[in-house]
Design a protein around this ligand. Structure first.
Ligand SMILES: [Zn+2]
Length: 429
């Protein structure tokens, strides 16, 4: 059934050109329509001003109308990088890091990714599903309408397949759009017979099995010091491409190992992190389609320098923002927090951050022609903010500015409902 949304103070469409991307300074153009209206079914049928809607749809008195109460609307967030399926907590490591122990030192002591791998291998599919569902609902309540989810805490044939089956069930049972990524190359597990053996298993057993069962769209590799070399990454991603799994790379987070350059040269959908990207690689992002995905929440949690957002945007890159939601280096599901960090600490404008968190997140998932902006023909995935201005998204920080979330033309979240029970009388002071 069609619904005409009316009384929208600002409709930030993030209007996308035919390329589906707005690189460089074009990220500042949110395509805002003031005093707007929007007609939706599962997809967007029409956008315009309230005045145009009154003329155009006056002859349809039976049309369902929905009064947005003078609030602003933006596209739903597309969180294109998460590790949201895992077991256990690494709050203890977080406390150690607050005392000055580094992420690499913790990993060397048997913590880090391997701590989560042990907990995740021991957990049942049901346990993993239930804990991930709780986190995804949290993301949804904060405005995320599409979420990429990686495997990578199994690190064996069976355990990686278990994680991908959990992701497939989350796809089926939750109202959020979920895109699956195989990250068998997250780390070399200590119980592998050898480095070579593990990589061989990834390329010849795991990747074909995942592809045959349609369990993932992307194949990702953690290419960095202490993880996979760029040569190994290239081999694994090429094996993925043979099975039509599109490449993504965790690139140059801890050191410049040339992973961003590799991402561009193999036509990866995205190169993510980029904290130590070589300065000469930055302009290359303007020439090729690889999205530069920045994860400022991880830099914040690990107390690392912020990603070079300004240099990338000024060079004309297509920059995306994502949470990197994971138990070790960034424990948040909230894209609004990421926008706050990107604007306050990484030098982005609010308009750039919104484009990065919506349209360019979609581009990082090769979905920019379906989602990520409020253009006619795309899925009607959007957020009604609790304020008349999109500016409040960064200005009023640290609390949830999302009033409603709509996915595929249906309202799936309303945060308006009061959740506090007021006592009959105030407690004594
Ligand atoms: Zn990651």
């Amino acid at each position: 059934m069609s619904v005409l949304l009316t009384n929208i103070s600002e409709l930030a469409t993030v209007h996308a050109p035919s390329s589906g991307r707005k690189p460089g300074t074009a990220m500042n153009d949110l395509g805002i329509i003031r005093n707007a209206a929007m007609l939706v079914e599962e997809r967007i049928l029409w956008v315009g001003t309230q005045r145009q809607a009154e003329k155009r749809f006056a002859a349809f008195p039976g049309l369902a109308r929905y009064d947005c109460g003078g609030r602003a609307i933006i596209p739903g967030f597309v969180d294109s990088h998460t590790h949201i399926v895992f077991a256990g907590s690494r709050a203890d490591e977080f406390a150690l890091r607050l005392r000055g122990v580094s992420y690499q030192e913790i990993a060397a002591r048997g913590g880090g990714i391997m701590a989560t791998v042990r907990a995740t291998r021991a957990a049942s599919e049901e346990e993993l599903f239930v804990s991930a569902q709780t986190r995804i609902i949290e993301a949804l309540r904060h405005g995320t309408t599409t979420l990429e989810v990686k495997s990578g805490y199994g690190l064996s044939l069976e355990a990686e397949l278990k994680l991908l089956r959990v992701i497939e069930r989350l796809q089926r049972e939750l109202p959020v759009r979920i895109v699956a990524t195989l990250l068998g190359a997250h780390a070399i597990p200590p119980d592998a017979a050898s480095r070579e053996d593990y990589i061989e298993m990834l390329c010849t057993e795991l990747i074909p099995e995942v592809a045959r069962n349609g369990l993932a769209t992307f194949c990702d590799v953690f290419a960095d010091v202490g993880y996979f070399t760029t040569a190994e990454a290239e081999r694994i991603l090429a094996a993925g491409l043979d099975w039509d799994l599109q490449p993504k790379i965790h690139a140059d987070e801890f050191a410049d190992v040339g992973a961003a350059r590799l991402a561009i040269s193999i036509g990866a959908a995205s190169a993510d992190h980029l904290l130590h990207i070589a300065p000469e690689t930055i302009p290359e992002f303007a020439r090729w389609r690889t999205v530069a995905t920045l994860l400022p929440g991880t830099a914040y949690t690990l107390r690392l320098p912020m990603p070079p957002a300004r240099a990338l945007i000024d060079a004309g890159a297509t920059v995306a923002l994502a949470t990197d939601c994971n138990p070790g280096s960034c424990r948040t599901e909230n894209m609004q927090t990421i926008i706050s960090l990107a604007t306050q600490l990484a030098g982005m404008t609010l308009e750039e951050a919104i484009t990065a968190a919506t349209l360019h997140g979609a581009a990082a998932l090769l979905r920019e022609h379906e989602i990520g902006s409020l253009d006619v023909g795309k899925y009607a995935d959007f957020i009604v903010l609790d304020s008349p201005s999109v500016l409040d998204l960064a200005y009023h920080f640290g609390t949830n500015r999302v009033a409603e979330v709509w996915i595929g033309g249906k309202r799936v979240v309303s945060n308006d409902v009061p959740q506090i029970e007021f006592p009959p009388s105030s407690p004594s002071p």
